[in-house]
Ligand binder design. Structure first.
Ligand SMILES: NC(=O)c1ccc[n+]([C@@H]2O[C@H](COP(=O)([O-])OP(=O)(O)OC[C@H]3O[C@@H](n4cnc5c(N)ncnc54)[C@H](O)[C@@H]3O)[C@@H](O)[C@H]2O)c1
Ligand SMILES: [Zn+2]
Length: 390
C-alpha cells in the first residue's frame, strides 16, 4: 500500500533523506510564501520560529532545497490530489508538452485523425527533438478495436526508454493506454485528454480498454499514465454535443462531492477516488452513480444513445431512489425520456448487474455522500421505467 509522509521542515537538509525521496517517493511541495509561513508559526513554541528575521533567513535558505526535491508543487488540497495522481492542470499546457512528458527519452505521439488535424502540429512542435513517430487512429469508439492496437504495435519502433503520448478523447486514451500497457510488456504513457469526458473522467485513473464483440471495455489493463496533462484550452474546438457528454459526468461528480466543481476540481475528485481504490475493488464504485440505469438504456438503444444522455437519465433515477430532489439534474442536463423497449432495458440491467434475484445493489446518494445499497428489484425496475417514454 502506498503511504503518505508529512516531513518536518528540517528533514530535507539531510542528503540521505533527499536521496531516498528521489528513489522511492513522489514528493509534493506544499508551497506557502514566507509571510504566510510566518503568520502561521509566529507565537508558537517552535524553536526555529521565535525570531522573525532568523525565520525569514531560514526560509530563504531552505526554499531552493525544497524546490529541488519536489516532483510537484501544490498550493491547495486539490493540487495535492492532482499531483499525487500525476495530473498536471494548466491552461496552454499543450505548448509545454515537451517538458511535461517525464524524462528525456523519445516519444511516440498517438492521436485520432480529427484531433491530429487540429492539435497535431502544436503537439509535434512542443515535443521537438523527442518526437520519434506519429500515429493516427480513427476518431471515436471505432479506435477501440484489437486490429487498431495490432496495427499500432507493428508501427511502433521505439524501445522501452520511450513514452507514448495519447492526444484525444476517452476512446483514444483508452486504446492508446492499452497499447502502452502491452507493447514491450508496458511502456510509460502520457494522457492528454482533449474532451471534457477525458479531462474529468476517462484520462484519470489508469483504466485502459478496448471493445470486443461481447461488449464494451471487456479487454484492458490497469496502466497508470506517467502524467495526465489537462489543458482546458483544447476544449474550445469540442462540438457542443461532445461537451454535453462531459457535463453529465461533471454533474455526477458534483453530486458525489456535494458541491460545485469546475474541471480542475472534478478531476481532483476523481483523482482522490482512484488513488484510494486503484484496482476498482471499493469506493471507485461510487463513480457509477446513475450508471446502472445508463448502461441498461444504452444497451436497449443498441448503443445509439450517447453515454452522457444515458447518464443524465440514470442520475435522475438514482436521485429518486435516494429520496432526493432530482431538480438539479433537470436544471443542469435537461434529460429527455428515451424511447426504448422497457423489457429489453430491464433484462439488460439484470444482465449488467449479474442478478436475477430479488435485490439489486445500486449507488445512492445520502446527506454524507454516496453509498451502495441493495434495493428491491421492483423498486429498481420502477425507477428504470420512469426514464422510458411511451
Ligand atoms: N478509462 C476510463 O476510466 C474511462 C472513463 C470514462 C469513459 N471512458 C471511455 O471514453 C470513451 C468516450 O470518450 P469521449 O467522450 O471523450 O469521446 P471520444 O474519444 O470518442 O471523442 C469524441 C469525438 O470528439 C472528437 N474530439 C475529441 N477532442 C476534440 C477536440 N478538442 N476538438 C474537436 N473534436 C474533438 C473526437 O475526434 C471524436 O470524434 C468511451 O469509449 C468510454 O468507454 C473511459
Ligand atoms: Zn460514465
Amino acid at each position: 500500500m502506498p503511504s503518505v509522509f508529512a516531513l518536518g521542515g528540517g528533514a530535507l537538509t539531510a542528503e540521505e533523506v533527499r536521496d531516498e525521496l528521489a528513489r522511492s517517493a513522489f514528493t509534493v511541495l506544499l508551497d506557502v510564501d514566507v509571510d504566510e509561513a510566518w503568520r502561521r508559526t509566529r507565537g508558537s513554541d517552535r524553536p526555529l520560529a521565535q525570531d522573525e528575521e532568523q525565520f525569514r533567513a531560514l526560509y530563504a535558505e531552505r526554499r531552493p532545497v525544497y524546490r529541488s526535491v519536489a516532483d510537484a508543487v501544490a498550493t491547495d488540497v486539490d493540487g495535492v490530489l492532482l499531483a499525487a495522481a500525476g495530473v498536471h492542470h494548466e491552461l496552454g499546457a499543450l505548448e509545454r508538452l515537451g517538458e511535461l512528458v517525464p524524462g528525456d527519452g523519445p516519444v511516440a505521439l498517438v492521436a485520432d485523425s480529427t484531433v491530429m488535424g487540429i492539435y497535431g502540429p502544436a503537439a509535434q512542435t512542443a515535443l521537438g527533438d523527442r518526437l520519434r513517430s506519429t500515429h493516427e487512429l480513427p476518431p471515436g469508439e471505432d479506435a477501440k478495436q484489437l486490429h487498431v492496437v495490432e496495427n499500432l504495435w507493428s508501427e511502433l519502433t521505439v524501445d522501452r526508454s520511450a513514452t507514448l503520448v495519447a492526444l484525444g478523447g476517452g476512446a483514444l486514451t483508452d486504446v492508446a493506454g492499452f497499447t502502452a500497457a502491452t507493447y514491450l510488456r508496458g511502456i510509460p504513457w502520457v494522457a492528454v485528454p482533449t474532451t471534457l469526458v477525458g479531462q474529468v473522467d476517462a484520462g484519470i485513473g489508469g483504466k485502459t480498454a478496448i471493445d470486443i464483440p461481447q461488449g464494451k471495455n471487456l479487454v484492458g489493463a490497469f496502466h497508470w499514465p506517467a502524467r495526465v496533462v489537462i489543458d482546458e484550452a483544447l476544449l474550445a474546438t469540442l462540438p457542443e454535443r461532445e461537451r454535453r457528454q462531459g457535463e453529465a459526468e461533471r454533474i455526477k461528480t458534483e453530486l458525489l462531492a456535494g458541491r460545485a466543481l469546475d474541471v480542475r476540481a472534478a478531476a481532483a475528485y476523481k483523482a482522490a477516488i482512484v488513488l484510494r481504490d486503484p484496482r476498482d475493488g471499493g469506493v471507485r464504485n461510487w463513480l457509477n452513480l446513475g450508471h446502472t440505469f445508463a448502461h441498461a438504456l444504452e444497451a436497449a438503444a443498441d448503443f445509439d444513445l450517447p453515454h452522457g444522455e444515458a447518464v443524465a437519465l440514470g442520475l435522475l433515477a438514482a436521485l429518486r431512489l435516494s429520496g432526493r430532489d432530482p431538480q438539479p439534474v433537470v436544471d443542469a442536463l435537461d434529460p429527455q425520456p428515451v424511447h426504448v423497449d422497457r423489457d429489453r432495458a430491464w433484462q439488460a440491467l439484470l444482465r449488467d448487474k449479474k442478478r436475477t434475484g430479488d435485490e439489486i445493489n445500486v449507488v445512492l446518494l445520502g446527506d454524507d455522500g454516496p453509498y451502495v445499497e441493495a434495493r428491491s428489484a421492483d423498486e429498481v425496475r420502477a425507477a428504470l421505467y420512469t426514464l422510458i417514454g411511451e
